[in-house]
Design a protein around this ligand. Sequence first.
Ligand code: 5GP
Ligand code: ZN
Length: 112
Amino acid sequence: MDCIFCKILSGEIPSKKVYEDETVCAFYDVDPQAPVHVLIIPKEHIPSAAAITPENSAVVAHIFEVIAKLSKELGLTEGFRVVNNCGDIAGQTVKHLHFHLMGGREFTWPAG
Ligand code: 5GP
Ligand code: ZN
């Protein structure tokens, strides 16, 4: 499958990993939009948030446990932003479910 994140999981594309277990992986974004910018992905190829079902949703809960853990380890004690872009209209460029964990600066709301 021609998926950049599946290739990162297989090691075909190098990445700077910060966390990995049986079901999820977290690595630094190659084009950071904040001083800390990590992507957390399921190892299963789920194309987007629109493809989450009762059968595969447990990994999403686990991803948020990992986000809470990483936010502490990466020093984001003041807060952080978690983003999921779903679909072209929302700016999803990689069609493998991922959550952006960003911190180390202030964020405005609503996001553009
Ligand atoms: P999206 O736009 O789909 O929400 O987010 C995709 C993210 O993946 C972008 O922030 C982009 O910088 C990041 N990205 C794209 N290709 C690579 C890559 O090869 N390695 C890493 N570490 N990040 C990537
Ligand atoms: Zn994939």
